[in-house]
Design a protein around this ligand. Sequence first.
Ligand code: C2E
Ligand code: MG
Ligand code: MG
Length: 653
Amino acid sequence: EGRVVEATRLPKEGGSEALLGFGPGTHTVFLVPLLVQARLRGVVLVLIGSDLSEDRKAILEALGREIALALESAALAEEVHRRKSEERFRSLVQNSSDVVAVVGVDGVTHYVSPAVERILGYKPQDAIDHSVFMPPIMHPEDIDRVRRVFAGLIGSPGASATAYFRLRHADGRWIHVEAIAKNLLYDPSIDGIVVNYRDITERKTFEEQLRYQAFHDPLTDLPNRALFIDRLRHALVRLKRRKKLVAVLFLDLDNFKLVNDSLGHEAGDMLLVSVAQRLQGCLRAEDTAARFGGDEFTILLEDVTHTGDAVRVANQITRALKAPFAFEGREVFINTSIGIALSTSGRERPTDLLRNADAALYRAKASGKAACEVFDAAMNTLALERLDLEADLRRAIERGELAVHYQPQLELLTGRIAGWEALVRWMHPERGLIPPPTFLSIAEERGLITQIGNLVLEEACHQAKEWQEERHPAAATSLKMSVNISARQLQRPDELVREVVRVLEETGLAPDTLVLEITESMIMEDAEYNVDVLGRLKDLGVRVAVDDFGTGYSNLAYLKRFPMDMLKVDKSFVNGLGENPEDTAIVEAVISLARALGLTTVAEGIETTEQLERLRELGCELGQGYYFSRALPAYEASALLLAPSGHHAKGRR
Ligand code: C2E
Ligand code: MG
Ligand code: MG
């Protein structure tokens, strides 16, 4: 009842004094009960030397009640605190935007937080007691992968793992989630795998969008160069396993620049979009059309059985693009050229095929007749025609149908003729004048190029000597003669050196007035080796010019080591000068690079006053191009030398 009771009396001489630290005398022990909610929770022990009066007992009883009360309230406070934090925890889980689920070792859901309704559209109770690995909730393609992660987790207590998978929303959509799972099987209050997951569909979509943008042309929505090359690479890998061919079509709009310039960029853009649409209309689903850049498109044909298939598609495309394009009431016609390359072995690299297709395109353009050309010589439908051309070419060399024409190179500041470039021409009795790109590749393939090269070298050196001796008023005695050297000539340096020495001796031409033009890409084929070859040529006292500079991906480290005198800026860059900021930047860079290396710069393909002006401003020393003159037969070139300085620029275009 909460009363104070006398428990015992301690004897006088029991040693209890010393033990308890009290003075001598009889001691009585009283117990004051502590009752919390009517249950005895403890006692207060009171030792006293005398008896307790009733009112003192009452005071002790009151004290006992006070202590009990304090204990009770402390316990209560503790309980309240415990409940509060549990509540807070529950409320955190319940209100979290992430879904928190507790899953058993068998994958069955024991608990899932309400966020599941927001993310997946169904009530928590619908998920409880179901396996998480059952379709239709988890995407069938993800189940095995996630199962493996889950199995790995079960084996290691306390471990956690992250997984990405798709879950089906109640409305049927797939939701991408990122899940972090932790093994809390050993924790008795959880006894499960705690899975925390959130909706990352938006992030995924954004990533996919970015990926899409990285691999597609924003204007036409076609795959871009990178994706095309990737698909081509895969197609070539597949090819090894199948008896099929892969064809690459390289397509270029001949007069796109004209449309762009005359009707404006917007019309140009619209034209490209329409072209892309028509292209796709000609293709099967498994083929790929890509915008390769500018007005260039590439097409990948898989499952081709012979060349004819590719040619048929090319013709179909040509026809589809022949129909006029309508812009604001105007009709625009465009011409297309297509180069085709086929891979049979699968050993080719994507770049090989693209280069071959590009070369075929170049030939298609140069011939000016065929809308498409096939590169692959062996299975070429045009092989017969080319065989003809080969026989013709051999005859032409014998009969002297090959002529050398000369294009002047001028000092851009003074307009004086500083030299000439010798360019070979073939006067075919039936076909007329054939430009070098058409027959030089055949000559190169059939081993006729060295013969042609020597022929041009000899003729050009004779001509140079003659002009130097005539001392034309417009020309210096240092008048230079540039001769193009082919890849095959460069590959046989002994023969080349012997030939140059022979021709110089025979003609008496001062070696430092002969310039050998070697294309940048030729040098780069075997840069290390060619550093030596160029060195040997330089030792003869002749000059070396790097032709078509800017197209050959030069390694700057080599560039420094090449013994050379001139850089010829490729005409494709000069072409865009002042219009295309990239081209302009490249030309500027090449000129300053040349200056840094102490080289003379020659710009090729100058066609307009603006280009000339820009080149002058940039400090380019020499230039050639239709603006001044085309390549001319020797007698016309002589006449040009006689003309007063500055006047040969006009009327020769
Ligand atoms: P290349 O050495 O870069 O020669 C410049 C080419 O640009 C020449 O074409 C020339 O006629 C052309 N050209 C010059 N000015 C302009 C212009 O203002 N606009 C345009 N669009 N073109 C211009 P060509 O004569 O058809 O020769 C093409 C290529 O054939 C030459 O490029 C050269 O690599 C090769 N080639 C020509 N003759 C010989 C030769 O005798 N031997 C060797 N190995 N290659 C030669
Ligand atoms: Mg050249
Ligand atoms: Mg060139």
